[in-house]
Design a protein around this ligand. Structure first.
Ligand code: ACO
Length: 428
């Protein structure tokens, strides 16, 4: 392949270098486009063709259905690693040895207490508040209790900020859940694993010892791993772009949480379950909803289907579908919604509308069914996603800051009114 791309404008040729990644992805480097062409920019709504950065964290090939964190396949990580190892891998670039992992966990545990005044903030939310709104606000509120900004040039400062948020975020998640359910706000248990602690903080009752169910612990571990990073998706790009203004880590993360909430992104797991429930209530006629999804006059979309980058299958969906079957079976849960989901998937895989558009189930088509079997209410699903994505956001924020990336500030093509004289109010 040539080393340069040529753009010809008004008979004048401009050359731009091609850059190649370690997996042979190629990009035209247009950093000098504006200056070379006297102000011409590119336009690409939704960034469908635009790389925003060079990154060494996650590789995915949407055509081949490949997803790797730091070079390790998602299939292998989901089977052999635990979530905390994956957190370390994403943030620091390599799998930890046992001493590193133990130290990392112990540093996180040392930070897993939040300022008692945060209880007052939690208490001030109505029980009806959506947990994603609450967790985004609480994450933002952490900045008020930890006002010193991170010196990104100090490894120690950076490390402290990272273990702080990894320690405190699960507490905020648990408190969000407990407040909604009228339960006393509890702290965790330092004697158990990171994922066990999340479950215990969420579900322990004041009058009995929490009993761990290894099936539930393993299921949550796997789900968190599958959600841990996904290169430059909407919420991650939001975190990177917010952080590029040099606002701190916690403030950047709260913007990512808000971006994740939307039903086209992380909010899809809640939307899928609501859709499956609605189909069930409506008599379970999946064909009717397939027709709605295909009808261009109808805004309905088959939630949990389609992906911006996966145009073959989402490798996470494959793992999750198998896990859903196993987990429901192991827990002895019969959920008619799983059958509706399978019927919809089968129909979509054989329907030209979905086949032609390369619309396959994504990670969230089956995740809600597992969360439900674990006893997690529907409106907490996206919060669980945020718990999983936290290390990805942190790793991407850290990479962006250490690469000293410039502030994110896209251009536009203005299509509004040209200059016009001001009209007095009585003349309008
Ligand atoms: N149901 C029905 N039709 C769909 C769906 C769907 N779920 N998804 C895409 N299409 C159709 C579009 O209408 C469009 O059709 P057209 O070419 O006739 O106009 C075509 O497929 C391409 O769709 P786009 O919206 O252009 O694809 P884009 O890459 O912009 O969007 C997205 C991807 C947002 C994920 C989309 O597929 C969608 O809305 N899916 C449902 C929501 C969802 O599951 N989101 C979770 C994504 S995974 C994650 O964030 C964790």
């Amino acid at each position: 392949m040539s080393e340069k791309a040529t753009i010809e404008i008004d008979g004048k040729k401009h050359e731009f270098p091609l850059i190649k990644g370690t997996e042979n992805e190629v990009a035209i480097d247009i950093k000098t486009l504006r200056s070379a062409t006297n102000g011409i920019v590119t336009i690409d709504p939704g960034f469908k063709n635009t790389g925003s950065c060079e990154s060494a964290i996650t590789f995915l090939d949407g055509e081949k259905g490949i997803l790797r964190y730091r070079g390790y396949s998602i299939e292998e990580l989901a089977e052999k690693a635990d979530f905390l190892e994956v957190v370390f891998l994403l943030i620091f670039g390599d799998l930890p040895n046992s001493e590193e992992l133990e130290k990392f966990h112990s540093d996180i545990k040392a930070q897993s207490v939040v300022d008692e005044d945060i209880r007052k903030i939690v208490d001030a939310f109505p029980k009806s508040a959506h947990p994603m709104g609450v967790i985004a606000s609480l994450t933002s509120a952490l900045t008020a209790f930890n006002p010193s900004s991170v010196n990104v040039n100090s490894d120690e400062d950076m490390y402290k900020a990272i273990v702080k948020i990894l320690g405190k975020f699960p507490v905020l998640v648990a408190w969000t859940f407990r407040k909604k359910n009228g339960l006393r706000l509890e702290y965790g248990d330092k004697s158990v694993g990171y994922v066990e602690n999340i479950l215990k903080m969420m579900f322990q009752l004041p009058n009995e010892e929490y009993q761990f169910n290894p099936i539930v612990v393993n299921a949550l571990d796997k789900l968190l791993i599958l959600h841990a990073d996904h290169e430059q998706n909407c919420s991650t790009s939001t975190v990177r772009i917010a952080g590029s203004s040099h606002v701190g880590l916690f403030a950047s993360l709260s913007t990512g949480i808000s971006a994740l909430w939307g039903p086209l992104h992380g909010g899809a797991n809640q939307a899928v379950l609501e859709m499956l429930e609605a189909i069930k209530e409506d008599g379970g006629d999946s064909k009717k909803y397939m027709a709605k999804a295909k009808d261009k006059e109808d805004p309905f979309r088959l939630m949990g289907f389609g992906h911006r980058v996966y145009k073959n299958f989402d490798p996470r969906a494959k793992i999750i579908k198998k896990a859903a079957d196993e987990i429901l079976n192991d827990l002895g849960v019969e959920d008619p919604i799983l059958n509706i989901a399978k019927a919809l998937e089968q129909e979509a895989l054989n329907d030209p509308y979905f086949v032609d558009r390369k619309l396959y189930p994504n990670v969230d088509f089956y995740s809600g069914i597992i969360y439900r079997a674990m006893g997690i209410p529907t409106d907490m699903f996206t919060v669980m996603f945020a718990l999983g994505r936290l290390p990805g956001w942190i790793a991407q924020w850290k990479e962006m800051r250490l690469n000293n990336e410039p502030i994110g500030r896209p251009r536009q093509i203005y299509v509004g009114e040209t200059l016009r004289p001001f009209k007095a109010i009585n003349k309008r």
